[in-house]
Design a binder for this molecule. Structure first.
Ligand SMILES: [Zn+2]
Length: 102
């Protein structure tokens, strides 16, 4: 890999291609997965989420609103509600807890 690297210290597209080729040659590599923290740090906040992100989300069994993943920023999942557990959004999960405790 190093023989194809640019020696100026500036990362180039050729360096990226060389790194990709190096990574593809590694045996037993694990499949690439999206890193949620990097996604949040590097993603632009105004970027609309992919359609699959919203349509693939579970919906609250009470209000049928889509629920974003735990700890996911609302900016990445506009028009979603926070998850409250047991298939409910956070609002309806609280209602259930309040009803159970009274
Ligand atoms: Zn709900």
């Amino acid at each position: 890999m190093t023989e194809t690297m640019d020696t100026t210290g500036i990362w180039t597209a050729a360096d990226s291609r060389a790194l990709d080729a190096y990574a593809r040659r590694q045996p037993n590599r694990t499949p690439l997965q999206r890193d949620e923290r990097l996604w949040e740090l590097l993603g632009e906040p105004e970027v609309e989420p992919e359609i699959e992100l919203v349509t693939g989300l579970p919906h609250c069994t009470e209000c049928d609103r889509p629920m974003r993943p735990f700890a996911a920023p609302k900016s990445l999942y506009p028009d979603t509600v926070a998850r409250g557990g047991h298939g409910l959004c956070i609002t309806h999960a609280k209602h259930r807890r309040d009803a159970a405790s009274s």
